[in-house]
Ligand binder design. Structure first.
Ligand code: BGC
Length: 409
């Protein structure tokens, strides 16, 4: 009896049940297998705290979800919490006074002391106030390669971009598509960014993305990248797919040699029980320059009048940043945690490479930390058109790119 009482008391002490358990609708675009497994960790933790996570997943990736999320908030139908990329996506909502200021919580919990790199918190900060809880670091700078595909072709798994393009004919000869690329516009635009960082170098890329320097877009380093990207277009012929995770699936099943994609692709390999280094290889910086970008996801909380919801929003924000939730979520998501003081010894080889690069400091901001959502959309539309229409020349797309950057804010 006494023992049972003690166990019950210990349990009650470990689960701080909120005074008013609250339902919170949470919107996000995590709908692939790996993403769903990861976000379930957030829901599990929130529910274990006594509140209820009402899942508001929006299918079709960020490009589809973000306008829906933003228009609901502007239109007065806010959700309790939402995923966005940390960066400029919530800027207008914050300026319009529609988002909850998390500064007091952040100061109380000392976020600035453990968030690493500090740029993640900067990306949540507007006019000195913190409006989001960063939950991970996702990097775009990777190519994922299928061991089964290269084995079938009888050639070694490439170790860099040049070897990758050189191996394409061998893959074609055995019916394998060299490069899996889905049709959503952000995929082609993202891949172009990765190729730019690898071939032209991070400083050149930053001159365009950060300083909006049109001369750099028209200069020789970018010319070479537009040409390389133009030549790569034929590598995805035969990949008749839309979604990024369908492209990852082509790599997993050996139907494609590789995919340029952010490290969220790792979640898909994981749910397919594939092992990094055995079934697939990941090359940061396309094997040219070991670098990662430090974008990712953050949770924002629309401002509401209801005091119970406000309190639940703060409970969620605090939990998302906690050590336990950071580890559980990021191990499934394939992303790196936002705090350096957690144990990630069970991370796979690719995550370990990411952690080492992060520690080395060879990092970049994410493009959408510098470009407005509007500029990003214009670049995405341009690059998907270029990818699909081989009659557009690299010189033509370069001019189009330069005129978007000239007007970028
Ligand atoms: C997000 C990732 C997500 C990916 C694909 C990115 O914008 O940061 O968390 O997995 O989109 O849906």
């Amino acid at each position: 009896m006494k023992c049972r009482f003690l166990i019950a008391a210990a349990l009650a002490a470990s689960v701080a049940v909120p005074a008013t358990a609250t339902e919170l609708e949470v919107t996000h675009w995590w709908t692939s297998g790996g993403e769903a497994a990861a976000v379930a960790e957030f829901a599990k933790a929130f529910n274990a705290g006594g509140d209820t996570w009402i899942d508001g997943a929006i299918a079709g990736s960020g490009g589809v979800a973000r306008p829906i999320i933003v228009s609901r908030i502007i239109g007065g139908e806010p959700m309790g919490a939402t995923q966005l990329n940390h960066g400029r996506q919530a800027e207008e909502l914050i300026e319009a006074g529609l988002m909850t200021d998390l500064t007091d919580l952040a100061v109380k919990e000392g976020w600035a002391d453990f968030v690493n790199p500090t740029s993640l918190l900067d990306a949540c900060t507007v006019d000195g106030r913190i409006y989001c809880a960063p939950v991970n670091i996702h990097s775009w700078q990777w190519i994922w390669l299928s061991h089964a595909a290269y084995e079938k072709a009888g050639v070694p798994v490439p170790t860099n971009w040049d070897e990758f393009t050189a191996s394409a004919p061998a893959l074609r000869a055995v019916g394998v598509v060299p490069l899996a690329m889905g049709q959503q516009s952000w995929q082609t635009s993202g891949a172009f960014g990765v190729l730019t960082v690898a071939l032209a170098g991070p400083e050149v890329w930053l001159k365009v993305v950060k300083d909006k320097d049109v001369d750099t877009v028209m200069g020789p380093a970018y010319t070479a990248v537009f040409e390389a990207f133009g030549a790569a277009r034929q590598l995805s012929d035969g990949a008749d797919i839309q979604d990024w995770n369908q492209a990852t699936n082509m790599v997993i099943t050996g139907q494609a040699g590789g995919q340029i994609m952010g490290d969220w692709a790792q979640g898909e390999f994981q749910v397919a029980n594939q092992v990094a280094g055995e079934d697939y290889t990941c090359l940061p910086g396309l094997g040219v320059n070991k670098i990662i970008s430090t974008g990712g996801d953050a949770f924002y909380f629309p401002l509401v009048d209801d005091a119970d919801i406000k309190a639940a929003q703060l409970r969620m924000a605090s939990q998302l940043m906690s050590k336990e939730v950071q580890v559980a979520f990021n191990l499934k998501k394939g992303s790196l945690p936002i705090r350096g003081d957690v144990d990630l010894s069970s991370a796979n080889d690719c995550m370990k490479q990411g952690l080492e690069i992060l520690a080395s400091g060879n990092i970049l901001p994410d493009g959408n930390q510098h470009l407005s959502p509007d500029t990003n959309t214009q670049l995405e539309d341009l690059m998907v058109e270029f990818w699909n229409d081989k009659s557009i020349t690299p010189a033509e797309v370069q001019k189009g790119y330069a005129s978007i950057i000239a007007d970028a804010d």
